[in-house]
Design a protein around this ligand. Sequence first.
Ligand SMILES: [Zn+2]
Length: 307
Amino acid sequence: MFQLLLKRYTLLSIIILVSCASTQKAISQEQNKQHAKHIILVGIDGFGAHAFEKAKIPNIREMMKNGSYSLKARAVLPSSSAVNWASMLMGSGPELHGFTEWDSREPELPSAKLGESGIYPTIFSLIDTQLPKAKKGAIYTWGGIRNLFERALVDLDYNGETDTKTIEKATSFIAEEKPVFTFIHLDDADHAGHEIGFDSPEFYLEIEKIDVLIGKMIATLEDKNLMKETIIILTSDHGGNRKSHGGKTLKEVQIPWIAYGKGISSQGEMDSVIVTYDTGATIAYLLGLEIPEFWRGKPVKEILSSK
Ligand SMILES: [Zn+2]
């Protein structure tokens, strides 16, 4: 009798173990799922959420209508450029990656972790390690971006003189090379903000030009049948107050965060609390990559239709 009971218990334990293992496998398969073949991160320098009240941006509004977005996402402090671009790509805040100023070329505070390339690992390094065959590119109008990612790891590293050149180069790179990840940085609106004001007609004119460029890029990708397999995340590094930023007003700190494309829910505005370093984590999640323990960003999973 005792032996029979023992056998039954052993059998039961095996059944439980096997079913746990298969649930575990299912969870990890879900976590490792690549949600789209191409992810494009469009970062518009100085494009604060406050600008959405007046800006004539039909293409970006179409993405918002058919996607998921927040106009209450936040920059990290200080609300300056390099600090925030680094946080976006490095999935962590300045206290960990160490880039703390508007034009940091190297960390003023030693990075808490260094990757093989000698800097705090970015989304490019995660892709390089976990999807070694995947192509990736960084195309940027502000040269300061070049210090904030592993330049040796990308298939295209291009500093455009104007936003038009940057987007045109990015569009042909995506169409021809079909990269898994493309980072596009646009800078012309931030220049107008600093020269004339972040609430000036000149600033809105630059934003409107950028909207047209984004519309053209999406139309080209649709023509080439690539949008079906593409997710675009559009955001900014910070906003602006009068002619500057770096401070603690919501005009400087609140940024747009828009997801649009394959598998993205068309729920419109979300309640989610989003910080700039969640962008890197979301891209990693959408590509099915394992997020390093030392990253602090969380994927914005609410953007997916299945949620
Ligand atoms: Zn900036």
